[in-house]
Structures are given as C-alpha cells and as structure tokens.
Design a protein around this ligand. Structure first.
Ligand code: THU
Length: 131
C-alpha cells in the first residue's frame, strides 16, 4: 500500500468522526506489517475527558485483535472535516505509538490539496519514555 492510498483510507475514516463538541474531525489509517489497515476516528464525549483520538482508536482496534506490529499510520483532520492543514498527532497518541512501534515507524500526514508530509516516530517523539 502506498502513502496516498493510506491517506485516502484516513480520509474515509474521518467520515465517521464523532465530534459534536469540537467539530474537529480526524481520521487515521494504521498499516500493520502483515498489510492490513485499521481505521480510526476521534470519538468525543460530553464529559470531554473520555474522548479518544483517531490514532488511538485505530491502534486500540488493532491491538485488541492481536495485532501489534506496525509499519505506518496516516492521519488527516480539519474543522468540519475540511482539510486545511496537516494534523500532527497529539502527545498522548505519540506516547501510545511508542508503546508498540519502533523509532522508524512512519507517520504520514495528509494536508490540503493532496499534500503529504512524512516523519518517523523518532523524529516526533525523541528520547521517549519506556520501561
Ligand atoms: N484529535 C485527534 O483525534 N487526534 C489528534 O492527534 C489531535 C486531536 C481530536 C481530539 C478531539 O476530538 C479533536 O481532535 C479536537 O481536539
């Protein structure tokens, strides 16, 4: 699967975003080493705290199905689902990625007009904490 296909899967996932409080819609598509794609969206809650980011939804879906080896994740997001800019993962999601992924795990951001930026997890979370 190429980067563009993974970003398109993230755009599909964004359609299911449940975000009545922020109206900021996020979609993620996580590619496992065995070639499967796990899609996730952000899911908000009236109590705010229990809200879940799109990236963690995708990661938790995969891990809960016994899959823990990952190659890449694509992420898109925007107000009302309109992608105006890149949507880099929040710090909590970066830490969750670090639990399962190596420093060379690819984080692919889909931006406006099919623009794509790619980082490694090591670049976005250097000197990460782990036990
Ligand atoms: N959000 C994500 O889904 N992923 C991120 O990495 C950043 C933020 C969601 C959480 C919340 O539903 C909305 O975006 C606004 O913060």
């Amino acid at each position: 699967m190429n980067k563009k296909d993974l970003v398109n899967a993230a755009k599909e996932a964004m359609k299911n975003s449940y975000s009545p409080y922020s109206d900021f819609k996020v979609g993620a598509a996580l590619l496992s080493k065995d070639g499967k794609v796990y899609k996730g969206c952000n899911i908000e809650n009236a109590a705010y705290g229990p809200s879940n980011c799109a990236e963690r939804t995708a990661i938790f879906k995969a891990v809960s199905e016994g899959v823990k080896d990952f190659e890449a994740i694509a992420i898109v997001g925007g107000k009302s689902g309109i992608i105006e800019d890149f949507c880099p993962p929040c710090g909590v999601c970066r830490q969750v990625m670090a639990e399962f992924c190596h420093e060379d795990f690819k984080i692919i951001l889909g931006g406006k007009d099919d623009d794509i930026k790619e980082f490694s997890l090591g670049e976005l979370l250097p000197e990460s904490f782990g036990l």
